[in-house]
Structures are given as structure tokens and as C-alpha cells.
Design a protein around this ligand. Structure first.
Ligand code: G16
Length: 549
């Protein structure tokens, strides 16, 4: 196999623009959209090689920068079951992205030789893009790379990231997971939702005068704004959705899940009427957070990924008990999980919790260790995984006459819940339906949901440094291993605060160091975050203005 054509077309149409190195980060490559054409062209070739290594299984490529500002863009690669690209391939991706254009052919040549790949003719790459202005040009670059590699492809146009993850899995399971189309995606989720709403224990959603049955969704001015109306058309009166940040404004600008979570306030321009139920997506619809303004206190309350995780885990735990099956349930979080949530999960729900580094790839992997693994990042990115053997057990149990009617019914119910969940990756639409279904089952409004536990006040900050790789972490990112002295300085600072906790880590999607802090009051959490931000600035080569204490 020769890669001359790949190199010639690459040098001519997609030459490397600069010498700034780029790394496959938390969720793929991410930087300014105008720096990415050559990277994405190369990823087209790499995805074809990955497909060949997986016996021609479809590999997904999503062009998106998710929560990042509109001028950024990025690319996420998906493996055959719709999961994130295997971490062992991230190095290949980074190597390929950084070689000079005139060495591209030989680098690919060496790679296929190492991997034992002899042909790319039967490789299949499927791709889609979000709504960013730079996405169409980048999709062309990707297609050019796939064509130059001589592989087959299917362009799904504008999709949410989780829709493409779903489609990849459907293709590679020959439709067992669902129909490999957007229509199939909506059909699967909404049919499960409608079935669940009609099953036992389902009560009518509250339509109290003081509450609204309508869910308000902030689509971050992204692709979600185009997909929510499709969802609405399938659900009709069952769930009324009112859309804001509907694509008329700037993507992720003062709106969207990341803004709401980090700023701890509603999207700019939104006035929350007490009791209204609100949710925000991020730009590619793989994250969701809920929030509301309290009827009695008129305060902003956030129901983030941790609150969603506890709602889902509590519901599933009860349901598993009802099935009478020996299924073990676990929950996976990251260091960003609020201390109160971890307490509640272990002490009240009595569900085992694991903590892993940031990045869905880590959470997903860990969740696979349980029969039913719920994973959520506090930022609203998460889903639930059910092992194949558990699924089979549930299916068999629905026909097992030795089981009681109630147990069989619980198994049937759980199978429908599983259909409602996009098991390939965190999916704001699927998570939304799941939350709405659980609230309706319990006949809860958002205030009742929020009462499960009270978050410890917390604050997140970003610090700009010359080179964020000087910070290396350990213990699931809860401790800084380098630069020397930083962790002990953080420890000393944290010790001054009641219920204080803080950690720092380099972001894998933005050129910043992230600082997280929590404490017994908001003022203390803010102060602690600031103190730690100053430590990072001083000890890890901060640039620009020093954070103010
Ligand atoms: C991506 C990852 C998430 C991660 C987030 C922030 O989300 O999929 O797992 O939490 O980046 O990562 P970091 O703190 O390293 O910048 P998204 O929604 O932007 O694709």
C-alpha cells in the first residue's frame, strides 16, 4: 500500500499551517477552527486505518468543539461500539497530526506496516458536523482525507455528537442497537419514553398552576436548536419544550451547559420565573444541566451532572431491587464531583462510587466494570451502561414463570429504561428524557429533586500559563505531582478552610489550567479558589494579569 496520493493531496490542499504542536486531548483535537484543516484531513486517513484494524467496522468522526467558543473547532473519533477512540490510538493521532506535510506518506506507511494493515478499500468512515461556521470546510477536508486513503464513507451532515455515536454502534451491530439514521435515533428514544410514560407507576406530570409542565431548554445556539423541534414533534403533548438560545445568537456565548455550570447562573438574558424547569445543553448536545429559581427563596439552584447521577442511580437501584436479580450497580465520578454528592451516594443510596480522571473515556471504561454503571461528570456529561450479560438476564427474566408478576414487570420496565438511554456516550437529549421520566414517575418537581442533598458551595476558575503541561496530576487528578511544591502549598491553603477541598489540572480542551475549590460557604469557596489560582499563577508560569485575591 502506498500513501503517495495522500501526501500529494495533503501537501497541495491541506498543508500544515504552523509549527505549534497539537495533541489529542480530553476529547480529541481542539483549537481555533482555522488551524485544523490539515489535522482533520489526516484524521480522515487515520480513521480509515483504524477501520481496517477493526475488520472494516465503521469508525465515526465528529467535527465539533463542543463547549468551546464559536471560533474553535475540533474532531472526536469514535470506535465501533460508539465509544471514544481507544486511548492507545491517541498517540498515533497526535503523531500524525504533527508531522511535516512532506513526511506524511512515510509516516502513514510506517504506521500501516506496524499495524499489519494491507488495504483500506473496505474501510468505512462515517462523519457528521456541528453548526460552527468552520465546520463545512473541515468536513470537506475530512472527506478529502478519506478519499485519498481510498476508503468508503458516509456523510451524515448536521448531527449532535451523541447521534453519531449512536449511528456508529447501529451500523456495527447490524441494526441490533437501532436503525442507523437520525430518524431511527429519535424513534428509539421517543418510543421508549412514550412506553415508559404509559407503564405502571407513571403518574401525570405535575401541571400545578405555580409550576409549569413545560420544560425550557437553552440549546447553546448550537446543533441542539435544530434537533429539539424534531424531538418535540415526536412527543407532542407528552412533554412541551420551549427553546431559547435557538441558534439566533453566538454559539456557547453566555449560554449553554458550561456557562451555566461554571458561572452558576442562567444564560444571559434569561429571567427565571420561580418554579420553571430549565435545562441547558452544550454546543454538540453531549452535556445537560438543569436549574430553577426557588419558589420560596427566589434563588438560583443548579441540578448538575452530580444531581442527575444521583437521581438516576437512586431510581435504578430501586428498580433493580424490584427485579430480584443480582445486578451490581455502581457510580463513576471525577474529582469535580461535589463532596456532598459523593457522601449522599455512599451513605444514603449505598451505591459504590469510583473516582477517575476527567474525560468521558475514563468514566465509560470504569462504568463497564459494573453490571449497571452510571457515570456522570459534574459538568453534565454522562450516561448509564448495562452489560450484555445483564441485558440478557433481564430479557430472560421477563419470561421466567418462577418470578412474580411484579418482578417480571420490573424487568420489563428496566429494559425500556435501557432503551431510553444512549449507552454509547453522554447524550443531553437521552438524559433529558430519562430525567423527565423519573420525575414523572416520582411525581416530583425540580425542588423535590433538589432536596436530596445540598451541594457544598464551590467555584471553578481558569488560569493562563505559558505551558500547562508543567502541571502533572496523580490520584485521579486530585493531587498535583508537578511542579514541585505546588501540592504542599495547596494543602496548606486548603487546611485553612472548613470543609475545604481544592485541586488543579491542565484542561485537555482549552489552553488553561482549571482550578476547583469547595468549602462551607460561597465566600470561602471563592476565596480558596482565588488563593489556589494565585499559587498556580506563581508556581506554574502564569501569563497575563495575576488573579486577584
Ligand atoms: C470534553 C470531555 C469531557 C470533559 C470536558 C472538559 O467535553 O468529553 O469529558 O469533562 O471536555 O475537559 P477539560 O477539563 O479537560 O477541558 P466536551 O463536552 O467539551 O466535549
Amino acid at each position: 500500500m502506498e500513501f503517495d496520493d495522500v501526501q500529494v493531496a495533503g501537501e497541495k490542499n491541506y498543508p500544515k499551517r504552523d509549527e505549534i504542536p497539537i495533541q489529542y486531548g480530553t476529547a480529541g483535537f481542539r483549537t481555533k477552527g482555522n488551524r485544523l484543516e490539515h489535522v482533520i484531513y489526516r484524521m480522515g486517513v487515520l480513521a480509515a486505518i483504524r477501520s481496517a484494524c477493526k475488520n472494516g467496522a465503521a469508525i465515526g468522526v465528529m467535527i465539533t468543539a463542543s463547549h468551546n467558543p464559536e471560533e474553535d473547532n475540533g474532531v472526536k473519533l469514535m470506535d465501533p461500539m460508539g465509544e471514544m477512540l481507544g486511548p492507545e490510538w491517541e498517540k498515533y493521532a497526535s503523531d500524525v497530526a504533527n508531522v511535516p506535510s512532506n513526511e506524511l506518506g512515510s509516516v502513514f506507511q510506517t504506521l500501516v506496516k506496524t499495524l499489519g494493515v494491507t488495504s483500506l478499500q473496505n474501510s468505512l468512515v462515517v462523519f457528521a458536523r456541528d453548526t460552527r461556521p468552520s465546520s463545512p470546510v473541515l468536513a470537506e477536508a475530512l472527506e478529502a482525507g478519506i478519499k485519498a486513503a481510498g476508503a468508503q464513507f458516509q456523510n451524515f451532515g448536521l448531527l449532535t455528537t451523541p447521534q453519531l455515536h449512536y449511528i456508529v454502534r447501529c451500523i456495527n451491530t447490524n441494526g441490533q442497537y437501532g436503525k442507523p439514521t437520525e430518524e431511527g435515533y429519535f424513534e428509539k428514544l421517543t418510543e421508549a419514553f412514550i412506553k415508559l410514560r404509559n407503564m405502571r407507576k407513571m403518574k401525570k406530570m405535575k401541571t400545578l398552576e405555580s409550576y409549569t409542565s413545560c420544560l425550557y431548554v437553552d440549546a447553546a445556539n448550537g446543533i441542539g436548536a435544530q434537533k429539539v423541534p424534531i424531538l418535540q414533534s415526536k412527543l407532542g403533548e407528552l412533554l412541551k419544550i420551549s427553546l431559547v438560545s435557538d441558534g439566533s445568537g453566538r454559539l456557547n456565548h453566555e449560554c449553554g451547559a458550561d456557562f451555566v455550570k461554571v458561572q452558576q447562573k442562567p444564560p444571559t438574558g434569561v429571567t427565571l420565573v420561580p418554579g420553571q424547569r430549565w435545562a441547558s445543553f452544550d454546543g454538540d448536545v453531549d452535556r445537560i444541566v438543569y436549574y430553577f429559581s426557588g419558589v420560596s427563596d427566589n434563588q438560583f439552584h443548579l441540578l448538575d451532572g452530580d444531581k442527575i447521577a444521583t437521581l438516576v442511580a437512586g431510581y435504578l437501584k430501586d428498580l433493580v431491587l424490584e427485579t430480584g436479580l443480582p445486578l451490581n450497580l455502581g457510580l463513576v465520578q471525577t474529582a469535580y464531583a461535589n463532596g456532598s454528592s459523593t457522601n449522599y451516594i455512599t451513605k444514603t443510596l449505598k451505591v459504590p462510587v469510583a473516582c477517575v480522571p476527567t474525560g468521558v473515556k475514563h468514566l465509560h471504561h470504569k462504568a463497564q466494570e459494573f453490571d449497571i454503571g452510571v457515570y456522570f461528570e459534574a459538568n453534565g456529561h454522562g450516561t448509564t451502561l448495562v452489560s450484555d450479560s445483564s441485558y440478557e438476564l433481564l430479557q430472560n427474566a421477563t419470561k421466567d414463570t418462577a418470578k412474580s408478576d411484579q418482578q417480571r414487570e420490573a424487568c420489563d420496565l428496566l429494559l425500556s429504561v435501557i432503551d431510553l438511554i444512549n449507552q454509547t456516550v453522554g447524550d443531553a437529549i437521552s438524559d433529558l428524557l430519562l430525567v423527565e421520566m423519573i420525575l414523572a414517575t416520582y411525581d416530583w418537581d425540580v425542588e423535590q429533586w433538589n432536596k436530596a442533598y445540598t451541594d457544598l458551595p464551590n467555584r471553578q476558575l481558569k488560569v493562563k500559563v505559558k505551558d500547562r503541561s508543567v502541571i502533572q496530576t496523580t490520584d485521579a487528578e486530585r493531587k498535583a505531582a508537578t511542579p514541585p511544591g505546588l501540592q504542599s502549598a495547596i494543602d496548606e491553603t486548603v487546611a485553612k478552610y472548613v470543609s475545604g477541598r481544592s485541586f488543579v489540572r491542565p484542561s485537555g480542551t482549552e489552553d488553561v489550567v482549571r482550578v476547583y475549590a469547595e468549602a462551607d460557604s460561597q465566600a470561602s469557596a471563592d476565596e480558596l479558589a482565588n488563593e489556589v489560582a494565585v499559587l498556580v499563577y506563581r508556581m506554574a508560569g502564569g501569563i497575563g494579569e495575576e488573579p486577584q485575591l
